[in-house]
Ligand binder design. Structure first.
Ligand SMILES: CC(C)(COP(=O)(O)OP(=O)(O)OC[C@H]1O[C@@H](n2cnc3c(N)ncnc32)[C@H](O)[C@@H]1OP(=O)(O)O)[C@@H](O)C(=O)NCCC(=O)NCCS
Length: 188
């Protein structure tokens, strides 16, 4: 377990989280298509998200290959943030990357003093729902049948960060204060 260069922080053997770079977008487009199929972000949308949220967009590398990402989109005064993307490439799923990306995203929101965090999840997405519940997210209101248009239902999940600061629970891998170091160094 080591800390590497100015923009890379190791969190687990073979895995490192870092802030997104513009050169990652082509790979992220492929990754998104692989895991989200019809509802994957287009390059136009990815580029727009990059312009707006590059400082709160984490990517995970596994053995130097881009293997996943977590995209946090805070509102203008950081009171709310939406996790607008969490994905791990199929061949790297089940290795703890999703959990590490969530830890990074939560730390990032805590450091930005976000009060309310939100995520949407497909009702049949057991893996993501399980992961979000582990991080303290609970369903807000009823399931929304056509949230992203006809036939695209979602649950909206919420976690308040205002009263109780986020603390990573014990589990696999090493806990690190990742994003505070990461994003202090990543201004563009
Ligand atoms: C959801 C996702 C990010 C999880 O990433 P991952 O790297 O595979 O997950 P991890 O290995 O870190 O495991 C995290 C937890 O999820 C559980 N999990 C993983 N896959 C699971 C599955 N298919 N069913 C149920 N639980 C599952 C793990 O057991 C682990 O829980 P535990 O700590 O209690 O054992 C990944 O499956 C993914 O990218 N899916 C496709 C895209 C997607 O659905 N994104 C979320 C959109 S809301």
């Amino acid at each position: 377990m080591t800390t590497n260069s100015a923009t890379h922080v190791s969190v687990d053997r073979n895995v490192r989280l870092r802030s997104v770079a513009e050169g990652d977008l082509a790979t992220l487009e492929i990754l998104d298509k692989e895991v989200f199929k019809d509802v994957a972000y287009s390059m136009v949308y990815l580029k727009s998200l990059f312009v707006l949220f590059n400082k709160t967009w984490l990517v995970a590398e596994y053995d130097d290959e881009l293997a996943g990402y977590a995209l946090v989109c805070p509102n203008s005064d950081n009171t709310e943030a939406w996790l607008m993307g969490l994905a791990v490439s199929e061949r790297y799923q089940g290795k703890g990357l999703g959990r590490q990306l969530m830890e990074g995203a939560m730390e990032l929101m805590r450091d930005a003093k976000v009060s309310d965090a939100y995520i949407t999840v497909r009702p049949d997405n057991k893996a993501a729902y399980h992961l979000y519940q582990k991080f303290g997210f609970i369903q807000q209101g009823d399931e929304r049948p056509d949230y992203y248009g006809t036939g695209e239902p979602r649950k909206v999940l919420h976690r308040s960060l205002a009263k109780k600061p986020y603390r990573a629970s014990p589990g696999r891998g090493t806990r690190r204060r990742l994003t505070s170091r990461l994003f202090q160094r990543s201004s563009r």
